[in-house]
Design a protein around this ligand. Sequence first.
Ligand code: APR
Length: 234
Amino acid sequence: MTIRNIVILTGAGISAESGLATFRGPDGLWEGHRVEDVCTPEAYARDPALVHDFYDARRAKLGTVEPNAAHRALARLDAEWSGELLIVTQNVDDLHERAGATRLLHMHGELMQGWCTACGERFRWAGLMGEGAECPSCGRKGAVRPDIVWFGEMPYEMERIDAALRDADLFVSIGTSGAVYPAAGFVQTARYVGAETLEMNLEPSQGSLFFDERRYGRAAALVPAWVGEMLSGN
Ligand code: APR
């Protein structure tokens, strides 16, 4: 099949070699908490300080890390691929865009953004947020939260993602455990429309059997090699 339209899904594993912790690694917990207990609207209502601590720590860490070879390779593919291409990331870090990717969307939100639950504005937020942060747009205190899609909330841009998947000739999943829907179901949509499917991950994901091709190893090694193949027509 001639490949023209590509959809790429990325998860925490693509940023692991930049030094950002994955969610479900061997030590799987954040200071003794399961992410499912911190990253929910209920947790935020119950203990906003805990939730702000979690994201403030992650935002601070982001300032100390750099994109790795896998992010750079996808940015190169984005720049040079003449067909349709969409990088859908579950990651809330900004390493894809810092590497230069532009055909990108953040389905789970962005760490470097806040949104005001009072006025609905979204804005860049680089420092600590904490309880009682003031909205730069309406001035309300205490209504600003991280612009992150929590468990139980609707991921962003689902219509655009679905449309891209339905046109895809190739769906590629990189560095995700396949534990969280709807992203874990994208491979199924791609298969229904007859796209080829490729998984690249450190280990088989929960959905590994749905992929036509599987490559296991470090993203920073696998992804540049795959991009090289795509751009040379192999
Ligand atoms: N190269 C490739 N894959 C790696 C690497 C690496 N260097 N290191 C780890 N991995 C793999 C792990 O084997 C694991 O399968 O990356 C995957 C990361 O899985 P998760 O931690 O579950 O991350 P992800 O799939 O992105 O989580 C999905 O869950 O908590 C929510 O909203 C959050 O977006 C996140 C979602």
